[in-house]
Design a protein around this ligand. Structure first.
Ligand code: UFG
Length: 347
C-alpha cells in the first residue's frame, strides 16, 4: 500500500517514513525542502534498504497539489507533517504561518476528497492544552486559547479536519505530540535545526559539541520540585511508530469515530534539570549551563495521560530519557563528523 507522507524529509516525518517502510508500506514523500535536506532520502535508504519516492513541491500551490494527486492515483492514506513549527518565528510572521500551515492542509483535504482518499493522520501538538489546570493532560482536557500563531494553526487545523469530516468522506486521527527528542539509533537521521536552536535537546547537544558556549536554563523558580519547567519528552522513534499504528488502524477500519484524537507522550514529566542530568549520565559529558529568567510564553509543567493511546492503539512509548539524550548526542556527533569530512574534502 502506498502512503503519502507530507514533510517526510523533516525530523518526525523521516523517522516515520523509516518505520512505515520497515512495516512494508510503500512511501511517497512530498516536501518543499524549506526546512530539510534532500540527503535524508539516501539516509532513509541506508537504514531501510529502500529509497522512498519523492516529489518536491509546495503544497500551498493548489494546481501542483491537484496535478500530484492525479498522477499518483494509488495512494491509500495520507500522513500530513508538512508545516512550519517555530513558535517564536510564528509570533513575528503570523501570516506566513497561517498561509503555510492552513492552505496546505486545505489543498490536501480538497484533493483527498476529489480523489476518494479517506484517511489522514495529522500532526497536532500538546500546545493546544496550554497550561492545563489538571495534570496529566487527557484528550478531553479543555483546549485553551493558543499563545502563538503556530499553536493556533494546530488548533484551527484540528477544526478544519473535524468540520470537513462531518459532510465529506474524510476520517482522521489527530496525534497530539508532547516533546519529541532523540534520533534514530543508526544516527543517520535526526533533527536538523536551522541556525540557533530554540528547543532544549538540540541546544544541549550543540553546547556539548562546542557550537554554543552554554545552555540557558529558562527559569528555576517554577512550582516544580527543582524549580525548572517540566515537559513530557518522547523518543522520536516511539512517536514515529505510533503513526504506523494509526495508519494501520485506519486502513483496517478499526477506528471507532470519524475523528479520533490521541496524546503521544510517555506519561512521565521531566524537568529541564532532569534532562541535563540524563544527558550527563548517558554521555559522560559535563554540560555548561546557566540559570536565566523564564522564557516568555513557556508553560510551567505539562505531561500526558497516555492511557487512551495505550489501550486503543495498543501502542506505548518504550524508550527511556537516557536513550533519548544518548541518541541525540550520537546524532550530533555524526553531524560533526560529516562537517569535518566535508571541510577536509573542500581543502
Ligand atoms: N529550555 C531551556 N533552554 C533552552 C531551550 C529550552 O531551558 O535553550 C526549556 C524551556 O524553557 C522548556 C523546556 O526546555 O521548559 C522545553 O523547551 P522546548 O523549546 O524544547 O519545547 P517547548 O515545550 O517550549 O515547545 C515544544 C515544541 C512546540 C510545541 C510545544 C508544546 O517545540 O512546537 O512544545 O508545548 F508547541
Amino acid at each position: 500500500m502506498k502512503i503519502l507522507v507530507t514533510g517526510g524529509t523533516g525530523y518526525i516525518g523521516s523517522h516515520t517514513v523509516v518505520e512505515l517502510q520497515n512495516k512494508g508500506f510503500e512511501v511517497i514523500i512530498v516536501d518543499n525542502l524549506s526546512n530539510s535536506s534532500i540527503e535524508v532520502l539516501d539516509n532513509i535508504a541506508r537504514i531501510t534498504g529502500k529509497k522512498p519516492l519523492f516529489e518536491k513541491f509546495d503544497l500551498t500551490d493548489p494546481g501542483k497539489t491537484e496535478d500530484f494527486f492525479q498522477l499518483h492515483n494509488d495512494i491509500s492514506a495520507v500522513v500530513h507533517f508538512a508545516a512550519f513549527k517555530a513558535v517564536g518565528e510564528s509570533v513575528h510572521f503570523p501570516l506566513m504561518y497561517y498561509r503555510n500551515n492552513l492552505v496546505s492542509l486545505i489543498n490536501i483535504l480538497q484533493e483527498m476528497i476529489n480523489n476518494g482518499i479517506r484517511d489522514v493522520v495529522f500532526s497536532s501538538s500538546c500546545t493546544v492544552y496550554g497550561q492545563p489546570e489538571k495534570l496529566p493532560a487527557r484528550e478531553e482536557t479543555p483546549i485553551q486559547k493558543a499563545n502563538s500563531p503556530y499553536g493556533n494553526t494546530k488548533q484551527i487545523s484540528e477544526e478544519i479536519i473535524t468540520e470537513t469530516s462531518e459532510n465529506e468522506n474524510i476520517r482522521a486521527i489527530l496525534l497530539r505530540y508532547f516533546n519529541p527528542i532523540g534520533a534514530h539509533e543508526s544516527a543517520m537521521i535526526g533533527e536538523l535545526p536551522l541556525g540557533i536552536p530554540n528547543n532544549l535537546m538540540p541546544y544541549i547537544t550543540q553546547t556539548a559539541i562546542g557550537k554554543r558556549d552554554f545552555l540557558r536554563v529558562w527559569g528555576n523558580d517554577y512550582r516544580t520540585p527543582d524549580g525548572t519547567a517540566i515537559r513530557d519528552y518522547i523518543h522520536v522513534v516511539d512517536l514515529a511508530k505510533a503513526h504506523v499504528v494509526a495508519v494501520e488502524r485506519m486502513i483496517a477500519n478499526k477506528g471507532k469515530k470519524k475523528i479520533e484524537t490521541f496524546n503521544l507522550g510517555t506519561g512521565k514529566g521531566a524537568s529541564v534539570m532532569e534532562v541535563i542530568q540524563s544527558f550527563e549520565r548517558s554521555t559522560g559529558i559535563q554540560l555548561n549551563y546557566k540559570i536565566l529568567d523564564r522564557r516568555p510564553g513557556d508553560v510551567e509543567k505539562v505531561w500526558a495521560d497516555t492511557s487512551f493511546a495505550n489501550q486503543e492503539l495498543g501502542w506505548k512509548a518504550e524508550k527511556s530519557l537516557d536513550e533519548m539524550t544518548y541518541s541525540a548526542w550520537k546524532w550530533e556527533k555524526a553531524l560533526a563528523a560529516k562537517a569535518e569530512h566535508e571541510k577536509k574534502q573542500g581543502n
